[in-house]
Ligand binder design. Sequence first.
Ligand SMILES: [Zn+2]
Length: 288
Amino acid sequence: MPETTTAAGTADVPAPPPLIPGVARALSPLVRRIVAPNPGPMTGAGTNTYLVGIDEIAVVDPGPDRPEHLEAIAGCGGDRIRWIVCTHTHLDHSPGAAALREITGAEVLAFGNRNGLKVDRRLAEGDRIEATEFRLRALHTPGHASNHLCFMFEEERMLFSGDHVMQGSTVVIRPPDGDMTAYLASLEKVKALRLRSIAPGHGHLIDDPKRVLQWYIDHRLEREQQIYDALAARGTAKIPALVEDVYTDVAPSLHPVARHSVHAHLLKLAAEGRVTGRTLTGPWSITA
Ligand SMILES: [Zn+2]
């Protein structure tokens, strides 16, 4: 889920064609994308569903359980769809898995059962999906969600990033399942891969992964410092006041969402012994 719709300075790059729900678009010889019809403030143009492979197909993130979307996926892949993999179990990513499994007979794979998702096979760090034309390698990337996986498409060095990295926005980290310490570690982990591109759960293909990942990390550390400084200036404060102080560049309508990210930053600072506090609604203060 995005925190804001402005990010990652792409103004110098010509705009790619718009993301239109239901229309399959080839991103490479082996990768197609279909955008789900669920646009909104938290999903951008909608959730991206990816089809990887031609003879044997892995569907990455079937998206919401919307018949027109699942029909578009099945229409593209038919009985060649062998695997349905979910990056995580938020409602814009995994609920379509069960119905798509019914239609195609494909195997459902994810980190585990949760939020109504039932998997045929659990995936852990390093597990692989081996097709004749390609391999997908699972990377455990907790932070946005504790059960979040990214998938490395080895042959093209393309990362299917789910909501770990998005194009055109940053990601909401909502404790307790969202964890800022884990998120930053997962960003570093992905940055260490030699990536050619990132295919995010929302937005366009990212063709300068190194720069975007560095921006993501820098942006978070900058926010953390701003939050720490705002709290230091106030001595003791509650989260809504800190959001007012820090999120001056974000539309006020998104401030309630930003509270969760501030909470996540404060919990990270608390784990480091730099601030004291615990909850979304309670007081926070600088550690003496
Ligand atoms: Zn999402």
